[in-house]
Design a protein around this ligand. Sequence first.
Ligand SMILES: Nc1nc2c(ncn2[C@@H]2O[C@H](COP(=O)(O)O[C@H]3[C@@H](O)[C@H](n4cnc5c(=O)[nH]c(N)nc54)O[C@@H]3COP(=O)(O)O)[C@@H](O)[C@H]2O)c(=O)[nH]1
Length: 836
Amino acid sequence: MTDQQTIALKLHRQTAYLTAIVNHLPQGISVFDDQLRLQYWNQLFIDILELPPEIVVRNVSFDDLIMVPALRGEYGPGDPAEHVRKRRALAEQFSPHRFERTKPNGRSHLVIGEPLYLDGKVAGFITTYTDITERKRTEEALARNNETLRTIIDNMPSAVSLVDSELQVIACNDQLRRLLAFPDSLFANGLPSLADLIRFNAERGEYGPGDAEEQVATRLARARLGEAHHFERTRPDGTVLEVHGQPVADGGFVTIYTDITDRRRTEARLQLADKVFEHSPEAIVITDGNRRILSVNPAHEAISGHAAAHMTGQCFVANEAAPDAEDGEPWTTADTLGFWAGETTGLRADGGSYPRWMTISAVRDGNDNRLTHYIAIFSDITERKRAEEAIQHLAHHDTLTGLDNRFSLGIRLQQAIATTRRQDRRLAVLFLDLDRFKTINDSLGHHVGDALLVEVAKRLRESVRETDVVARLGGDEFVVVLPGLHDENDAAHSAGKILDALSAPYPIGDNTLHTTPSIGISLFPDDGDNTSALMRNADTAMYHAKALGRANFQFYAEELNRAALERIELERKLRKALEQDQFELWYQPQFSAADGTLTGVEALIRWRHPVDGLISPARFIPLAEETGLIVELGNWVLHTACQQTRQWREQGLPAIRMSINLSTRQLRSAQLGDKVAAALAASGLPARLLELEITESAVMERPQEAVGVLIGLKALGVSIAIDDFGTGYSSLSYLKLFPLDHLKIDRSFVSDIEHDPNDAAIVTAAVSLAHNLGLSVIAEGVETAVQLTRLRELGCDEMQGYYFSPPVPAADAAELLRLSARCRAKAGARVECNLG
Ligand SMILES: Nc1nc2c(ncn2[C@@H]2O[C@H](COP(=O)(O)O[C@H]3[C@@H](O)[C@H](n4cnc5c(=O)[nH]c(N)nc54)O[C@@H]3COP(=O)(O)O)[C@@H](O)[C@H]2O)c(=O)[nH]1
């Protein structure tokens, strides 16, 4: 073989090798010369560009080849020749190029072109065509997947972060910033590292107190372990986060943060609700929308006695004692208004019934408003009702007697007036007060007093009709209301019955007590058309009955009311008079019956009112006594009288006995002895010259007590006189015990002594009694010489009366004393003569 043949064979082989290589390349390949005529190609070139094989021949022009895809519209719409021209212009630049083309049929290929140089000159270009259809599809699918994932992550309610193995955050969603309240500045330079995030949190106290760097180190160390983790974290603002970390294949991990604040709150609420359900003292019943019981709490069993297990599935009945038809109301109300509350009756397992306060709530579905459940809550109100009834009873009744009280009386009287008005009838209000009740109460004790009141209440109730009202106002005051009367005779008849019933003896304990009522009656409509007028007028009439000697009944009369008003006015004036010192003392002399010498004076109070003039004590002493003002007034009298004697002595007048009147109230005052002693001390009056006059009725009201008081007073050295003797039914046994000095015969026995033998007999007996007890007798109210003679004959020791002198002011009394002193100086002189 020649060298030429050897070279030719080598070339041939090389060409065969190259052709084999080109044909087995995974790409299409084409080589155009500098005239853009095709010189080399392989089958994949034809396949990838989908060229008709018959036109792919050596020296075919670039234009003819690309006209094929241009005509197929692969370069877009428009003139294919224009597309070819543009591409040829680009190709003629012989510059490297690389692009991807996707054909209308969806197949893609990558085109990479490089110019070919021969001896430093452009000799054409070589182009490879790689079918990237599958790669593109995979890439697109991946991109779509990524997009989907991105959308999912971005729209997840949870925060997500993806950290690589270097602990660099490589992905996160917006929720991460929102949920963990990361500021934008943290992301200003792209995604931060996990360390940045942890440090930021540690520094703002997200992990609680402690050293921030330590907290960072601990957390990073944990992250580096790359282990799955799950924990809950409560942020400082109370948000509860559930954190799930999961390692991923490349060494990083994905973390999901979920806000479970609401879930935790709901759980806490449910737990609480569960506890409430379990431990509520009130029974709770939960039913479905058809009232079938789903569950009951333990309190239900405790209240009703029905075991919880037996209740489930049963139909719940609100009012167990009512017929079915009547159980509808609570449910229809709950259905329409969502809620019902009221009292129902429950039946216990043992068959007993009990009142229960129940609420029923209708529960509806939040979406379609469908009624899904009922919740009934109830409690046993037996005790509460009992207490209410007791309170109600207490509010309307007198605790001691069980009668209506003042409050209830007001209501019932008002109702009775309305009924009586409609019936065109009359109504009577009877105001009752027990005579001497206070004495019984004070002397025998409250328990006896109470027992008496209970018996009085019983008798009152028995004396009237069931429909009549009987009330106790307090103390010994009772009121009876008699509605539907024809006339006042009906009222009088009932009042008489009551009077008899209440006046009968009361066997109480070991005692048999006696009391009588004083009854005042007012009539509707005659004496008033409202409760207060009728009550007021009956009260006034009752006082009138008392004033008329007790144990009787009196109808109200207009004049009584006037008198009552006058009384109120007088009381007001009396208080003012005390403040303004409108009182003065006058003095009435007393003389010895034997020789006519002045033995003493009686101090008698006078009220000089700036407008009404001189007011008699008979008008105001009883009121002062009633109101208690007498204690202050009496003290003033005591002091003024004692001071007067001092003045008289200072004027050189003879020292005589000064008598003052003590009232019942003063007698009962615990300070009386001290006050008398103080007045004596202040005035320097020798005690023996002060005489205290106490009425017979005052001492006999509580004789035992009086004995002690009088002994105490006597011990001060004063003398004591019994005033108005003969009017107070003295008990002889007590008279003996009283430390008395004088007995003053009441002027009612004196005034008619010359004509009435009875009066003379009484005076005789009184004088005899007094002398027997070692007392001297003063006759008061002596107005005539005949009376004086007669009283002297009957043995009276001293005289007082207008015959000698009326009470006179202090200055005139001083004149009398002067005159008396002169008379005494003339031995044997008769004072009467001088007085005349
Ligand atoms: N607790 C006090 N009671 C007092 C005081 N001052 C007076 N009184 C009592 O008031 C009642 C009326 O008293 P008065 O109007 O002063 O009447 C007295 C005499 O004026 C009157 N009297 C005296 N002599 C006659 C007379 O011949 N005829 C007549 N018709 N009346 C006369 O009697 C009253 C004195 O009575 P007595 O006290 O019983 O001696 C009267 O009950 C006074 O007690 C006071 O300071 N405190």
